[in-house]
Write a protein that binds this ligand. Structure first.
Ligand code: SF4
Length: 263
């Protein structure tokens, strides 16, 4: 078993150690999040020669809010600095698959670190630590192994474990613990709602009014919070909340976030 440090400290994008991989490798279809079609492997036209975004300060106004909310969980710099040992991998045929696998592994590590930090999940710590160590080791793997990785199987295995963690943690918390996993709550009027210790896994909360909602201890794994209004909402101790989710929502100085999540 490797040391018990919280991986979340390093699971953030560090563009200065990357090579603008997320602006070059993935394909994008024009949508509310990304204003244009962009084929895989072609640099976004907004990318300058120094690998900086020319419209960084106006991304939402110019039709690219998805770029504001995106975070690679540190996958970009890991791919460039570790997988390819400092080489620019953008011309490598497998680079997109490598980046995709690395991002999924890194996101998984985030969830496992969250789970491991929960005292109520102590009976599962050995299993969680084993899953974490496997994900850590895979982040150090070579390009071929990463490109061929079955991330779906990894996520399925970890998903069952994370569900168990969620149940144990929420069972010990006050609140109605309502299960709304996967629910269609697009644009829902949930202002001031008591959602404490509820399960909102994979729920569609796009544009929902969650002002001053009480989401303490709610499981938000994979919940779609794009344009959700979280002003004044209380998300302390929310499970499996990530920076991209927070960045995609509307927050203010009164929004209370779990420890370690910057606004
Ligand atoms: S708009 Fe800017 S941040 Fe978004 S993909 Fe293009 S260059 Fe990158």
């Amino acid at each position: 078993m490797t040391p018990d440090v919280d991986d979340r400290a390093v699971l953030h994008a560090d563009c200065s150690r990357c090579a603008a991989l997320c602006c070059v490798l993935p394909p994008f279809a024009a949508s509310a999040d990304f204003a244009i079609d962009k084929p895989a492997g072609r640099p976004c036209p907004n990318l300058a020669g120094d690998d900086r975004c020319r419209i960084h300060e106006q991304l939402p106004e110019r039709g690219f809010p998805g770029c504001v909310a995106f975070d690679c969980f540190g996958a970009g710099q890991q791919v460039v600095q570790v997988t390819y040992r400092g080489r620019d991998p953008r011309a490598e045929p497998e680079a997109l698959a490598v980046l995709d696998a690395m991002r999924q592994l890194s996101e998984l590590l985030w969830y496992l670190a969250d789970a491991l930090a929960r005292p109520a999940a102590a009976p599962l710590h050995a299993e969680l630590a084993a899953a974490r160590d496997r994900a850590r080791a895979l982040r150090e793997a070579g390009a071929r192994e990463l490109a061929a990785l079955d991330t779906g199987a990894l996520r399925r295995d970890a998903g069952a474990l994370l569900s168990e963690v969620s149940d144990r943690v929420r069972r010990g918390l006050p609140g109605p613990r309502t299960d709304r996993s996967g629910a269609d709550l697009v644009g829902a009027a949930l202002r001031g709602a008591d959602l404490r210790a509820g399960c909102l896994r994979g729920a569609y909360l796009i544009g929902a009014d969650l002002r001053r909602a009480d989401l303490r201890g709610a499981d938000l794994l994979g919940a779609d919070l794009r344009a959700a209004d979280l002003r004044g909402a209380d998300l302390r101790d929310a499970l499996f909340l990530t920076l991209p989710q927070v960045a995609a929502a509307r927050t203010d100085g009164a929004t209370r976030l779990p420890e370690g999540l910057a606004r």
